[in-house]
Ligand binder design. Structure first.
Ligand code: ADP
Ligand code: MG
Length: 345
């Protein structure tokens, strides 16, 4: 093969019919999934949907009741965790409190018998990667939450796993820091090129970071796709409602979704553009969210729709709109018909 040919991507991870129950609870209900090498792949779903169980099955901390798990083309279904080329980063960091940052990061290499010299070099590189140069001598309790999470990440990445598993790693951080870390984590993933399987219940986080994501509910995958695909073309009502505001309308027995930002609230006397669907209704509620304002509108035909407006001008107290009659308009191209997706009838 010459350098000019694109490298064929082989799957880093393949799951086939993976199932796991705890007593009468079906935690993972038959999952099929292929994650490409170098992909940032996210499992997104509400609490209890089976994300952690699925991650633990991939890591080997749990054995499936049925199905197969492959890592880089090798069947690891019955391989113990320490012999799989995975590492896991947890929300609570799980750092060794009595060890320095550098020793925490180098721990896995030491266990593998990597020489002190090589270890020191790789730890130094890992510290640079997570922007913690100069802090290697500290102990975890001398770091901020964000810095501790970076150490946990460095400790996993330094082992160069085939797949890095991350279970709500930013869950303990406050919103602002979490948003900063989302961008940083994504950059680091691009730099090192390691396949990430990332678990979160936060839809915005999933959309921001992922190349592709799987939306989970009740131990099953509802939809797999890119952020744009799952947001713009949700396969099921669950996906539509879980990612963003759902706005489901029923017309002639067909259910479809219109996202809030696609809906225009017409001013009094304003003519809609040609071809737009127009529905009259009444403003039920106005919610100010800083950057934008949300209007909850009850259509005369019965359904409730949410629309959103950027607060480009100072609008004063928009609650004065509550109770007013309005007309909502949207382009039919911006609606998406809900199928039954991957959901079993
Ligand atoms: P998530 O990570 O999406 O919140 P989990 O995988 O932790 O979901 O849990 C999925 C389901 O399995 C839940 O109903 C949970 O209560 C159950 N479950 C998870 N782990 C265990 C366990 N060790 N013993 C019994 N039930 C469990
Ligand atoms: Mg969990």
């Amino acid at each position: 093969m010459t350098d000019a040919e694109p490298k064929p991507k082989k799957p880093a991870l393949r799951l086939e019919g993976v199932r796991k129950s705890y007593g009468s609870v079906l935690a993972v209900a038959g999952v099929d999934l292929v994650v490409d090498e170098g992909e940032f792949f996210t499992l997104l779903g509400p609490s209890g949907s089976g994300k952690t169980t699925l991650l633990r099955l991939i890591a080997g901390f749990e054995r499936p009741d049925g199905g197969r798990i492959q890592l880089a083309g090798r069947d690891v279904t019955n391989v113990p965790p320490h012999l799989r080329h995975t590492n896991t980063v947890f929300q609570d960091y799980a750092l060794f409190p009595h060890m320095t940052v550098a020793d925490n990061i180098g721990y896995g290499l030491r266990v593998k018998g990597v020489s002190r010299q090589v270890r020191a070099k790789r730890v130094e590189r890992a510290l640079a990667m997570v922007r913690l140069v100069g802090l290697g001598h500290r102990r975890p309790n001398q770091l901020s939450g964000g810095q501790r999470q970076r150490v946990a990440l460095a400790r996993a990445v330094v082992n160069e796993p085939e797949v890095l598993l991350l279970d709500e790693p930013l869950g303990a951080l406050d919103l602002k820091l979490r948003q900063e870390m989302q961008i940083e984590l994504k950059q680091i993933q691009k730099e090192v090129g390691i396949t990430f399987v990332y678990v979160t219940h936060d839809q915005e986080e999933a959309l921001t970071m992922s190349d592709r994501l799987a939306v989970m509910a009740n131990g099953e995958i509802e939809q797999i796709g890119s952020p744009v695909e799952v947001y713009e073309r949700p396969a099921t009502e669950f996906v539509a409602g879980f990612i963003g505001i759902s706005n489901v309308l029923l017309r002639d027995g067909v259910r479809f979704v219109v996202r809030p930002e696609k809906i225009r609230m017409l001013a009094e006397g304003e003519q809609p553009a040609a071809g737009m669907t127009v529905e009259p209704g009444q403003v039920e509620e106005v919610i100010y969210v800083g950057m934008s304002t949300r209007y909850v509108v009850r259509l005369d035909r019965g359904e409730q729709l949410v629309t959103v407006r950027q607060n480009m001008d100072a609008i004063g107290d928009a609650r004065r709109f509550e109770g007013r009659p309005v007309r909502l308009a949207w382009t039919p191209d911006h609606t998406y018909v809900l199928g039954n997706g991957g959901r079993k009838a």
